[in-house]
Structures are given as structure tokens and as C-alpha cells.
Design a protein around this ligand. Structure first.
Ligand SMILES: *[C@@H]1O[C@H](CO)[C@@H](O)[C@H](O)[C@H]1NC(C)=O
Length: 510
């Protein structure tokens, strides 16, 4: 009942998440990029991959119309991208700049929730790109989040194992302690509206999965006077290791889950029985998603690949029934990965507007064009300087190297007030950028606090961290890896001498 359609092999590191809109598939990775594919033929879109995150991209999701894509990263930001152009629409800086592990739009896409490693949950207004409110769970990192189809409530899951329901706007409704022993990894509401209604309460079906090797299906009721309640309906244990991802089909009939045991299991969500088990990936399956209108699932893995399957089961999508034959189960009729022929594709002109530059300013000023510098000058009330800067071809990297001397002698800015103002604005810009983009090589920054490391140590997940940061992480976060979220095999920390030397060499050259 599942036919392999293709394997996408473009990412150069672990795939962390997959998401579908009705026309596209988005995948994101530890390689810091997001890739976009057309679901017509799974060719990559011309402007893919999307670059802009400074670290691993953990999760991504499409707005309901499919026009926006949100992605979140260890770099402490959630970025909104235009799916039509691949341009950054805005960059949302998470409160406290904590690594962002999960982001999800509300069903009408008027707001977005992001959850972070420090346990904070932020609710953003998507139209104004402003933070509406933020709060925090008591313990652990927030790694899972899903909105109920009514849009009035969402649930977060954290690495300490709790599920927490929130109203929208944000108020904690209730917490279910230890829903998954050792940690929740993912949760998703069935897109289908309530399965029942009783006086003042509405029920929604939700699945969660975790480090306890289980997928659980819950009825979450939102009770108007007394908050809410989680009622366990099924515990699904078709996998023999932690389950990292789960997703419902759009009709709510099927549930797919991916596990550390490398398998993908498709369940009948109502009966709680296994319909199919796919063993195709070579390493942990970290991501799975159903396409909303097509009989496709995508699964992503630490083997760096994304696999797309066609599901035919008769109950869903009205596809052909083939219950008894295993025909097509993990068959290897993979169509070769198609490379988009971008030769004839004219490079899309960049639309420079203030919003775009604002977003860029959070990223790399050194890559600004001269126009971007002009827009920045206007934003800062330095319109008078636009022509002088243009005449001198000042782009982003030139801007960062300007000092009093150059401004006075070379640019011939006569007004002392204006000279001082532009120098001050450049200093502010540099300060603002310091922790975000200074040209410090990424591998010199600690993934936890994003500061230049002084005493880098290698943890048992193979990543290097600042000793103090990983020690306090291990102390408070129950021994899970900040990068992969999987349990740390040991708490042993080994100095990374090579890295330490590289950092000190780099520092001496600055
Ligand atoms: C030390 O850190 C660097 C940069 O993160 C990494 O490439 C290297 O593999 C690390 N060394 C060891 C022995 O893990």
C-alpha cells in the first residue's frame, strides 16, 4: 500500500523536518538550509535551497494558503520566507535568543507559535510580525507544538515529557505530566475538527510521540469552565526505539511515525492498528509528513535523505485497495532524483523593500547591496547621505569599515552633526549584529549560547560546546543533546583541542 516515488538526496547533513503545502514539499536540515520541491514532480524549486539560518534548522511549516514558510533554528530565530520568491519576509528573534526547536502556524495563519530550548513559548502576530506574548513551561525544552483545528488552543511538548495545553492568546490551560517518559519529541492534532461535542466541551484528536518508544493518541477536550483534559485513547508501540516524529493524514484516518529504529510505521489512527511498516532509511527517521491533498507521505532521516511515498489504502484518499499484497511495499522503483534545469530559468530580480532589508539586517550586513545601504540610511533618518553613499559605491561591507576619518576625508561629509550621527548608527548596527553575524566562523560559536567558545568540549553526541554551557545544560536538561535532542550516551566531555587552537589563532588575527 506504499510505493516509493523518489528519494531526495540534496541535503548534506541530517534532515530534521518535512512539511507539505498543497503544491510544495519543504525539508530542513542540520546543514542550515531549507529545500523546496514542487510536488508535481519533486523537482527542486529554482531558488532552493533557502539560506539564511546560521545553524541547524529544526522545523518548518507552511501557512494555510501555502504562500509563507516559517523555519526555526538553533540560531535563535524563526524566519518567514516567501514561497513564491524564496526571499526572507521577516526574521523573528526569539525572546532571549534561545535556540528555536519548533514553529507552527495557527490554522488560519494569523499567528505563529515558536518553542525554544530554554522552555519559552512565543506567540507571534503574523501580519505585524510582532511578539504578542511569551511564557515558559516549567521544565525542559519545548520541542513539539500543534494547534487544535479550532485555532483556539495549542499544545506544546517538552523534553521532560510533559504536554501542556494553552489557549490562544496565551494562557496555560493544563499540563499533563510525563505523557512520554524521558521526553516528548513531536505532537500533532488531527486536522479534522472535533470528533464529538458535549455541552460546553469540544474534543480533538491529537497524537504525540517520544523517547519512551510510543506513539499515543489522545482526545483533548477544551472545557469552557474548567480548562482542558487529555484522555488517552491508544498507545501504539509498533517501533522498538524512540519515536521522533508523527503526523496525521488530512482526513485524520492515518497516522505515520518515524523512529530511531529506522522504521516508518503507518497506523489506522482510529483503530490503533499497524497498516504498514516501511524500512527504507539507513539511519534514524527524524521527520514525517502527509501531503494535504495528495496521497503522499515524506519521511526524512539522519541518513540525509528524504523519501516520498505514495499511499494507497482504500480508506484514505479513495485509492486502490491492496490490503493483502505487499506489492509496492518499499519497492525500489525510485525514480532518479530529478535535477531542476535552471539554465533557462532567468534569475528572479530581488524585490528590495524596507521589510526585506530589515530582515537582512539581522543576517549579514556584509552582504548588503548598495541599494540595501540606501534603504538603511533612510530608515535611520540619514536620507541626505543616500547620494553621497551611492556615488562612492558603499555597500554593506564598505559600510562596516567606515570610520570617522573616511567619513570626514573621503566622503567629504561636511556637517559634523551628520558625521557623528552616521558613525553612531554604524556602531549601533555593529553592536546589533555582533552576536548574530560578525564573520565569526559558525563552528567557533557554542550552539547553546551562540558565543565564541573559550573552552570547547566534545559531548557524546559528537558536537562541540562551550564547557560551561554544556555542563549547565546537562545539569538542567536531563541529558539530552542540545543539537539532536536524543539522549546523551554519556555525560563525559572531552576537550576539543584542535578547535580551541583554531579559535585562538582566529582571535589573534582579528
Ligand atoms: C572539534 O570541533 C570541530 C569544529 O566543530 C569539529 O569539526 C571536530 O570534529 C571536533 N573534533 C573532534 C575530535 O570531535
Amino acid at each position: 500500500m506504499a510505493t516509493l516515488i523518489c528519494s531526495l538526496v540534496d541535503h548534506s547533513d541530517d534532515v530534521n523536518w518535512c512539511a507539505f503545502s498543497s503544491t510544495c514539499l519543504a525539508t530542513c536540515s542540520l546543514d542550515k538550509t531549507i529545500r523546496l520541491y514542487s510536488i508535481k514532480d519533486f523537482s527542486e524549486l529554482p531558488f532552493s535551497p533557502l539560506n539564511g539560518h546560521g545553524y541547524a534548522v529544526h522545523s518548518c511549516c507552511f501557512s494555510s494558503t501555502g504562500e509563507l514558510l516559517a523555519s526555526c533554528s538553533t540560531d535563535g530565530t524563526t524566519v518567514l520566507w516567501s514561497v513564491n520568491t524564496g526571499e526572507i519576509v521577516t526574521v523573528l528573534q526569539h525572546p532571549g535568543r534561545s535556540p528555536v526547536r519548533i514553529c507552527t502556524f495557527s490554522p488560519d495563519s494569523s499567528c505563529l507559535v515558536s518553542g525554544a530550548a530554554d522552555g519559552t513559548v512565543a506567540l507571534w502576530d503574523v501580519h505585524s510580525n510582532t511578539l504578542c506574548s511569551s511564557a515558559a513551561v516549567k521544565e525542559g525544552s519545548v520541542v513539539a507544538c500543534s494547534f487544535a483545528p479550532c485555532g483556539q488552543m495549542f499544545v506544546t511538548g517538552s523534553t521532560n515529557g510533559d504536554l501542556c495545553a494553552w489557549s490562544c492568546p496565551m494562557k496555560q490551560l493544563c499540563t499533563l505530566k510525563t505523557a512520554h517518559d524521558l521526553g516528548v519529541t513531536c505532537c500533532q492534532f488531527s486536522p479534522q475538527a472535533c470528533n464529538g461535542m458535549e455541552r460546553n466541551s469540544v474534543y480533538f484528536q491529537m497524537a504525540s510521540c517520544g523517547q519512551d518508544n510510543n506513539v499515543k493518541i489522545w482526545m483533548v477536550s477544551q472545557d469552557v469552565p474548567s480548562g482542558c483534559e487529555f484522555q488517552l485513547v491508544h498507545t501504539l508501540n509498533g517501533q522498538s526505539a524512540p519515536v521522533l516524529s508523527c503526523a496525521f493524514s488530512s482526513d485524520g484516518q492515518l497516522l505515520v511515525s518515524g523512529s530511531v529504529d529506522k522504521s516508518v510505521v503507518i497506523y489506522d489512527a482510529n483503530k490503533g492498528i499497524i497498516l504498514n511498516k516501511l524500512t527504507h532509511h539507513e539511519r534514524y527517521v527524524t521527520a514525517c509528513a502527509f501531503a494535504p491533498d495528495m496521497p503522499f507521505i515524506a519521511t526524512g532521516s539522519m541518513d540525509k535523505t528524504v523519501t516520498v511515498w505514495r499511499i494507497e489504502d482504500g480508506t484514505s484518499f479513495g485509492g486502490r485497495v491492496s490490503q493483502h499484497s505487499n506489492k509496492g511495499s518499499a519497492v525500489s522503483n525510485a525514480t532518479a532524483k530529478k535535477k531542476f534545469d535552471s539554465l533557462n530559468e532567468e534569475k528572479k530580480e530581488k524585490h528590495l523593500d524596507v521589510g526585506f532589508v530589515k530582515a537582512q539586517s539581522r543576517l549579514c550586513v556584509s552582504e548588503w547591496s548598495e541599494e540595501a545601504v540606501s534603504v538603511w540610511l533612510c530608515e535611520e533618518g540619514l536620507d541626505e547621505l543616500v547620494n553621497i553613499f551611492k556615488a562612492n559605491n558603499i555597500d554593506g561591507s564598505q559600510l562596516l569599515s567606515l570610520n570617522k576619518e573616511i567619513v570626514t576625508n573621503d566622503l567629504n561629509i561636511e556637517s559634523l552633526g551628520l558625521r557623528n550621527k552616521v558613525i553612531r548608527k554604524i556602531e549601533e548596527l555593529k553592536e546589533h549584529l555582533e552576536s548574530i553575524c560578525t564573520g565569526i566562523p559558525d563552528e567557533f560559536l557554542c550552539p547553546i549560547n551562540r558565543e565564541l567558545m573559550e573552552d570547547p568540549v566534545i559531548a557524546s553526541d559528537g558536537y562541540s560546546y562551550e564547557r560551561e554551557a554544556i555542563e549547565s545544560w546537562i545539569h538542567t536538561k536531563k541529558h539530552s543533546s542540545p543539537m539532536t535532542n536524543l539522549p546523551l550516551k554519556s555525560v563525559l566531555l572531552t576537550p576539543n583541542r584542535t578547535l580551541k587552537m583554531a579559535i585562538s589563532r582566529w582571535k589573534n588575527c582579528q
